[in-house]
Structure formats: C-alpha cells, structure tokens
Design a protein around this ligand. Structure first.
Ligand code: ATP
Length: 135
C-alpha cells in the first residue's frame, strides 16, 4: 500500500508498506491494503508503520488521515518524529513548562486550557515513543 506522511517540514516517510496503525479521535485504527476509503482526525500518540517485517515507530501530534479511493494512505500531521530523532529532555522540559502553566492560572479560558492540554499530550507521545524505542 503506498503510504505518505507529510508535516510542515516536508515528507517524513514515503514508501510501500504492509499496514499502518494510527491514533485517531475514534481510537487506534489499523489500515491495510485495500481498506475502504475513509478520513479521520489524528490525535497525539504513537504511530506504527509496518514494512518488510519491521516496525517504524513515530510520535505524532494532531493531523488528518485519508485512505484514498486509489488505495493510497496519506497523512498530514502538525508534527511527527521518528523515535531515534526524539530529544527526550526537550520533550520532558516542554511538558514540565506546560504543566506549570496549567497550575499557575486559575481562571483560564477553555480554549487556553485545551491548547495546553494538547501540548502536554504531544509531549507525552514523544516521551513514550522516545523511551520505548531508545536503542
Ligand atoms: P519546544 O517547546 O520543546 O521548543 P514544541 O513542542 O513547541 O517544542 P513543536 O511545535 O511541537 O515544538 O515542534 C516544532 C518542531 O520541533 C517540529 O519539527 C517537531 O518535530 C520538532 N520537535 C519538537 N520537540 C521535539 C523533540 N522533543 N524531539 C525532536 N523534535 C522535536
């Protein structure tokens, strides 16, 4: 199945793959060849690309996935990193900053709360993938 994931930095991964496991708002889904066309909203978490018996783990934040009628799987993500590219201390520091912001503010607007919460989830995904797959 042809698979592409792009971020604002460019194409992160593009190849023919067996299957991809994706964290979506509706839960984790696995897309295999010839899956019916569909779209879904991606949420922060772990993504697994299965290729030739190997697994490429990625940390993703928010995004959008599309299984096209042509049989191609296409993902646009706000951020995505391969496990080996994750800077764990940067993620830990960013998570600590976001948690501190949440603690400091009493009457936070819902929109600010949601933004900080999303940022914590993004850093948690990086930390989880970075730790699990560290060589
Ligand atoms: P920070 O607060 O640590 O500066 P951030 O979480 O605000 O970072 P993002 O907007 O999520 O940063 O991402 C900006 C760019 O930096 C993206 O290309 C993303 O892949 C990369 N990036 C962010 N954090 C990490 C990390 N811990 N390890 C590797 N790349 C990262």
């Amino acid at each position: 199945m042809p698979f592409t994931i792009v971020t604002p930095n460019g194409v992160l991964y593009q190849d023919d793959v067996e299957k991809v496991t994706i964290p979506t708002q509706a839960g984790e889904i696995t897309i295999l060849e010839a899956h019916a066309p569909m779209v879904s909203i991606i949420q922060a978490g772990e993504m697994h690309i299965h290729k030739d018996g190997n697994v490429v783990p990625l940390a993703v934040s928010t995004g959008f996935m599309e299984m096209r009628p042509t049989g191609e799987l296409f993902i646009i993500a706000d951020t995505a990193e391969r496990a080996e590219d994750i800077d764990l201390s940067r993620a830990e520091a960013a998570k600590a900053r976001a948690e501190e912001l949440l603690k400091q503010q009493d009457n936070m607007a819902d929109v600010d709360f949601a933004r900080i919460q999303a940022s914590i989830e993004k850093e948690l995904a990086r930390i989880s993938v970075g730790k699990k797959y560290r060589r």
